[in-house]
Design a protein around this ligand. Structure first.
Ligand code: ADP
Length: 319
């Protein structure tokens, strides 16, 4: 393969730029031409494509977001949109593609592979919700951002002897809540994977206060409930002043951590190695700290995993 393309799609995540840099520089190192496609699959359909050189990915390692921009493309999901994308790919002589994004983006990558464009997916999403990989790019940064927020909120919560519910991202998957709950010593973690037991939670808060705890932090994944509704219920059931904080988009931004930059660099390199061998329809993953890959269809049909042990450890240690 002599010419490849790279795009970012779906939700942005810190570390995507490091993945783009790795793809571009590995490709050039291997003597390939590499095109950057802007605005996700929309860029393929619109021909929003430019050749990347070594300098085009200079000074981006520390930047959050994605220099290629990202988008959601409804038209790409139609047969007409997909065919248009393939036509543009052929016009540019692109023989293989790297798609950095989440599971929605991988569905698009699978469709392109089926139409003869070998496409490799790199998991870039803060939610860590791609079951074939232990970690996705952006997750570690988001966890550290939330941890910083928890520690700041803890200062004011303990001064006022309050309970604070912190709503974090995670519609279907609770990893951000579990990891930040454990690292931030949260008194309660509410995730979509576990049924909400409000009475048990309130009992833990009351018992903690009776033992002399000056504050309680509850981490709530957005898929498990709404912080503003829980605020009222907890205040009513515990008699303790309760506040809610919804962190929102700050979790998506910021400079990637070293762990995310390193993960993105390793994954980007591996993706190009696959294309070099003309291998597509794969998702790059990390398992037991080894970079590997798996079939996209397999990746998409794998059941969502949930680290129950870590969840239970957090509960035990936060007594
Ligand atoms: P993420 O990749 O972060 O999960 P989305 O689910 O929004 O984000 O998907 C990003 C883009 O991938 C969509 O806008 C669409 O262009 C493409 N995509 C999503 N689902 C499909 C699908 N079932 N078939 C083909 N393309 C899809």
């Amino acid at each position: 393969m002599k010419t490849i393309g790279v795009l970012t799609s779906g939700g942005d995540a810190p570390g995507m730029n490091a993945a783009i840099r790795a793809v571009v520089r590995t490709a050039i190192f291997k003597g390939m031409k590499v095109y950057g496609i802007r605005r996700g699959y929309n860029g393929l359909i619109n021909g929003d494509i430019r050749e990347m050189d070594l300098k085009s990915v200079g000074e981006i390692l520390h930047r959050g977001g994605t220099i290629l921009n990202t988008a959601r493309s409804e038209i790409f999901k139609t047969e007409e949109g997909l065919k248009k994308a393939v036509t543009v790919i052929n016009v540019f002589g692109i023989e293989g593609l790297v798609v950095i994004g989440g599971d929605g983006s991988f569905r698009g990558a699978r469709d392109l592979s089926a139409l003869g464009v070998p496409t490799v997916g790199i998991p870039g999403t803060i939610d860590n919700d791609i079951p074939c990989t232990d970690y996705t790019i952006g997750f570690d940064t988001a966890v550290n951002t939330v941890l910083d927020a928890i520690n700041k909120i803890r200062d004011t919560v303990s001064s006022h002897e309050r309970t604070n519910i912190i709503e974090v991202m995670g519609r279907r998957h609770g990893d951000i809540a579990i990891y930040t709950g454990l690292a931030g010593g949260a008194e309660g973690i509410l995730i979509p994977e576990m049924p909400l037991d409000i009475d048990n939670l309130c009992r833990r808060i009351i018992e903690g206060r009776n033992r002399g705890k000056s504050s309680s932090i509850i981490i709530l994944a957005e898929g498990a409930g709404k912080a503003l509704e829980l605020e009222k219920i907890i205040e009513q059931k515990t008699g303790m002043e309760t506040r809610a904080t919804v962190l929102g988009y700050i979790q998506r931004g910021g400079s990637p951590t070293a762990a995310d930059i390193i993960l993105a660099s390793r994954m980007g390199y591996h993706a190009v190695e696959l294309l070099e061998k003309n291998i597509g329809n794969r998702v790059v993953c990390i398992r037991d700290n080894k970079i590997t890959d798996c079939d996209i269809n397999e990746a998409l049909s794998m059941e969502s995993r949930f680290d129950k042990e870590l969840f239970e450890l957090a509960q035990i240690l936060s007594i």
